[in-house]
Design a protein around this ligand. Sequence first.
Ligand code: GAR
Length: 207
Amino acid sequence: MLRAVVLVSGGGTNLQAIIDAVAAGQITNTEIAAVISNNKGVKSLGRAEKAGIPAYCISPKDFESREQFNEMFLAKIDEIRPDLIVLAGFLVKIPEAMVRKYSDRIINIHPSLIPSFCGVGYYGLKVHEKALERGVKVTGATVHFVNEGMDEGPIIAQKAVAVLDDDTPEVLQRRVMEQAEWNLLPQAIDDIANGRIKVEGGKVIRS
Ligand code: GAR
């Protein structure tokens, strides 16, 4: 049984998709061991509690330095003993020590077709604002392993989504979630839990 910990920052619709997919048997061989948010009072924490999943908040704001936060954050993750760390709308940079320790065991969902519209400053609604400013006709979402870079790790899966002429960032965000994110992330967890993918030479290979 894969022990997954899900890290969140806000609304948690991707977390909900994972909870629902586990309940529906679309993700198998997986237990959501805990949910951790870096923000207090967010909807994600309520979603976890409602599903009976232990939920914690560790906020950088409660520590004197980023180093102290990083240490406590890693200690909490270690205590949970996860096989997989899932970033589901988690908007804090993962400390390097954690990336090294959990190499090829951290995945992230990003709301664009990487390498477009990603990297520093590209998160949440901003990604869709930039895509609309540029006038792209197709966008989408990517699930990838996390390495030391920003949105640079091996790509697990991507799904393209159409951009329509009268889209607002909010409308486009919702379409990308519905048509891509909420399927891609649960599917990737199921693939990992059932040994269907591995990383070789910096790329994801399906077996
Ligand atoms: C999602 O669109 C996710 O792809 C994005 O934040 C949103 C969180 O929504 N993540 C990033 O931008 C990471 N760079 P949610 O809290 O409803 O799942």
